[in-house]
Write a protein that binds this ligand. Structure first.
Ligand SMILES: [Zn+2]
Length: 163
């Protein structure tokens, strides 16, 4: 399953409209043939959240659509990721007794690693995702920083060592 996470940031084309969530199928005829970039995984990685290149003539100009992998053809990795670390807000899930911090795209309640998350009650979704804190989810860090490194030619952020 872990290979699926690597698909975030790849270009996709919507080629069929048979397996996707109902909310997407409703607009299937308008979405067929559109191209976009995978920005997140939903539903235990079974569904890709696809950000379309343009809003076209879609309802409310919605650009992010959940599309099943079976309805997509995977293309190349997008040259310049259009999401940066600063784009993500922090969402939290329980990991044993500790809270784990995940990267979440604003407007969704699923982390980029596809864990369901909630905001901190007293901060709402205003808290930015911090890849350097100890409780940061390793998968989210990998996904978020992976796309950063691709875009910046490998200028790695120093990883804190020790405790
Ligand atoms: Zn995560």
């Amino acid at each position: 399953m872990s290979g699926v996470w690597a698909r975030v940031g790849y270009r996709v084309t919507i080629v069929t409209m048979e397996h996707s969530p109902r909310s997407t199928l409703t607009y299937g005829s308008m979405l067929l043939g559109r191209e976009g970039v995978v920005v997140a995984l939903l539903r235990n990685t079974k569904v890709a959240l696809v950000k379309l290149d343009e809003s076209y003539e879609l309802p409310q100009g919605t650009r992010r659509w959940p599309v099943a992998w079976d309805d997509l053809v995977l293309g190349e990795r997008a040259g310049v990721p259009d999401v940066s670390v600063q784009t993500y807000v922090a969402g939290f899930s329980k990991a044993g007794r500790a809270l784990e911090q995940h990267a979440v795209l604003p407007g969704t309640d699923v982390a980029v690693c596809s864990s369901p998350v909630k905001p901190l009650p007293f901060c709402g979704w205003s808290l930015s995702f911090s890849p350097t804190v100890p409780q940061a989810c390793p998968k989210c860090v990998m996904l978020v920083e992976g796309s950063q490194l691709e875009g910046r030619g490998g200028s790695a952020m120093p990883v804190p060592s020790g405790s």
